[in-house]
Design a protein around this ligand. Structure first.
Ligand code: URA
Length: 434
C-alpha cells in the first residue's frame, strides 16, 4: 500500500477498510507515513468523515497501538471522566481526587491543549516537577496505593493518540467527530476503567458547538464505549463562556486549589459534583445520579479531596510547597486589563475567542514544539449576567512578553458583549444520556 493512495481514497469520499486504516496508523508510528501525509489524511477525514465502522476500526487500531491495562486486581469500581474540550475546563483536577475519596478508583489518561481548548496535562505540568509520563508499572502501583493516577498518553499507552493529538492541535483538524471519538476512547479504554462519564460540551467554546452535534457525539461516545464492554454515561454541558474565572495553566491549578480548599465557584462546584456523582452512580456506589452528586458535594466540602490532591502531587513528584504557597499569587510578568465599554450586563464572554486569546498569551501551542508559558492567562472579573459600569474591569490578561500581551488583547476584540437588561439564565447542565 502507498500512503498517498489511502489519502486519495479518503479525499475522494471512499470508505476505508480495517487494513487500510491499520496500514496508515501503524505507518505513522513506524515512520513510513510522515507528518505531512498524516496531516493531509486528517484533513480529508475532517471534510469527508468516517462511517461508524471506520470510526470503530480507527479506535480499535489506536487502542491496540499500545498496552491495554488490566486493573482487575483492584477490588473497587474503576471509573473515569473525559471532557470533549472546553475553555477554563479544569474539572478533572478537582474531580479525580474527589472521586477517589468517594471510593472510585480513577485511572486517568488525559491530553494536552487541543485547538483553542486547554489540556489537563499542561495544567498539571505547571506544578514544577509533576510527572505525567509514568510507566505502566508505576501507574498500577499508584492506583493501588492512592486510588487515583493522572498521566498522559505515553509510548506504552495509546501512543497513536499521543502523536495524532499533537498534530491535530496545530493543523485545524480537532473539530471532527470520528477523530474525537477515536482519540478519547483509545486512551480511556487503554487505561483499564470499567466505565467512563463523558462531559460533552456544547456552545461557542466547544469543539462541536451545536446542540445537535453534541447530542450526536454523546450518543456515539456511549455506543462505541459499549462495543468495548464499558459502562458509559454522557452529560451535555454549556461551553458558551469559560468555566470558572481563570484560564491558563497555572491560573487554573490555582483556582482548583481554592475550590478544593472550600471556595465556592458556582459553575465549577456544580459541574464537578454532577460529573463525579455520575461516576459514583455508574460505579454502583450511589443508587441514582442525585445521590451521587450529594456524596460528591459532601466530600468536596469536607476538604478530603484537597488532601487527596496533595497526595497525587507528592506521588507524581510535583512540588507541594508550590501548591501550598498559591497565596503568593504567581503571575506572568506583564498585565493588562480589559474594561467595560458601557453600563449594563455581560451578555457574552465568547469561550472560543477566550481560548484563542489564551494561546496568543502563551498558554497553548501554534506549532507542535512550542514552549508553554505556564503563568500566562486570563482572570475573569465578571461572568455572564453580571452587572457592570463603564470602566469596570471585565478581565485581566497576563503574559511573559508585551508582544504576547498585545496579541492576546487584540484577539479578545469582539469577544465580550453587553446588554442593557439582564440576560436570561443559562443552563449549565443541558442533558444527561445513559
Ligand atoms: N479530548 C481528546 O482526548 N481528544 C479529542 O479529540 C477531543 C477531546
Amino acid at each position: 500500500m502507498n500512503p498517498s493512495e489511502i489519502i486519495k481514497l479518503k479525499r475522494n469520499k471512499n470508505h476505508l477498510s480495517r487494513e487500510q486504516i491499520d496500514f496508515f496508523i501503524k505507518g505513522y508510528l513506524n515512520g513510513k507515513v510522515t507528518d505531512y501525509q498524516m496531516s493531509a489524511f486528517l484533513m480529508s477525514v475532517y471534510f469527508n468523515g468516517m462511517n461508524d465502522e471506520e470510526t470503530f476500526y480507527l479506535t480499535e487500531i489506536m487502542l491496540n497501538s499500545g498496552e491495554i491495562i488490566n486493573l482487575d486486581f483492584l477490588n473497587m469500581p474503576k471509573i473515569d471522566k473525559h471532557s470533549t474540550g472546553g475553555v477554563g475546563d479544569k474539572i478533572s483536577l478537582i474531580l479525580a481526587p474527589l472521586a477517589a475519596v468517594c471510593g472510585i478508583a480513577v485511572p486517568m489518561i488525559s491530553g494536552r491543549g487541543l485547538g483553542h481548548t486547554g489540556g489537563t496535562l499542561d495544567k498539571l505540568e505547571s506544578i514544577p516537577g509533576f510527572n505525567v509520563n509514568l510507566p505502566v508499572k508505576n501507574f498500577k502501583e499508584q492506583i493501588a496505593n492512592l486510588g487515583v493516577v493522572m498521566i498522559g498518553q505515553t509510548p506504552e499507552l495509546a501512543p497513536a493518540d499521543k502523536k495524532l493529538y499533537a498534530l491535530r492541535d496545530v493543523t485545524a483538524t480537532v473539530e471532527c467527530m470520528p477523530l474525537i471519538i477515536s482519540s478519547i476512547l483509545s486512551k480511556k479504554i487503554a487505561e483499564g476503567a470499567d466505565g467512563i462519564v463523558f462531559d460533552v460540551k456544547a456552545g461557542s467554546g466547544a469543539n462541536l458547538p451545536t446542540k445537535e452535534e453534541s447530542a450526536e457525539l454523546a450518543k456515539k461516545l456511549i455506543s462505541v464505549s459499549k462495543k468495548f464492554g464499558k459502562k458509559a454515561l454522557a452529560v451535555i454541558t454549556d461551553m458558551n463562556e469559560p468555566l470558572g474565572y481563570n484560564i491558563g495553566n497555572w491560573l487554573e491549578v490555582e483556582e482548583c486549589v481554592e475550590v478544593l480548599k472550600g471556595k465556592m465557584v458556582p459553575d465549577i462546584f456544580k459541574l464537578t459534583n454532577v460529573l463525579t456523582g455520575a461516576m459514583i452512580y455508574i460505579g454502583g456506589i450511589a443508587k441514582n445520579l442525585e445521590d451521587g452528586e450529594k456524596i460528591a458535594a459532601d466530600n468536596l466540602m469536607n476538604k478530603k479531596a484537597y488532601g487527596k490532591f496533595i497526595e497525587i502531587v507528592k506521588y507524581q513528584n510535583g512540588n507541594v510547597d508550590y501548591i501550598k504557597d498559591s497565596a503568593n499569587l504567581k503571575r506572568a510578568k506583564f498585565k493588562k486589563e480589559v474594561l467595560s465599554s458601557e453600563d449594563g450586563f455581560i451578555s457574552e464572554l465568547n469561550a472560543s475567542d477566550f481560548g484563542y486569546a489564551s494561546i496568543e498569551l502563551g498558554c497553548g501551542r501554534k506549532k507542535t514544539d512550542d514552549e508553554i508559558d505556564y503563568l500566562a492567562g486570563i482572570i475573569l472579573k465578571k461572568k455572564y449576567g453580571y452587572e457592570v459600569k463603564a470602566g469596570d474591569v471585565v478581565c485581566e490578561l497576563y503574559a511573559e512578553s508585551e508582544v504576547k500581551l498585545n496579541n492576546g488583547m487584540k484577539r479578545l476584540e469582539g469577544a465580550i458583549s453587553f446588554s442593557k437588561s439582564k440576560p436570561s439564565e443559562k443552563k449549565l447542565i443541558i442533558d444527561i444520556l445513559e
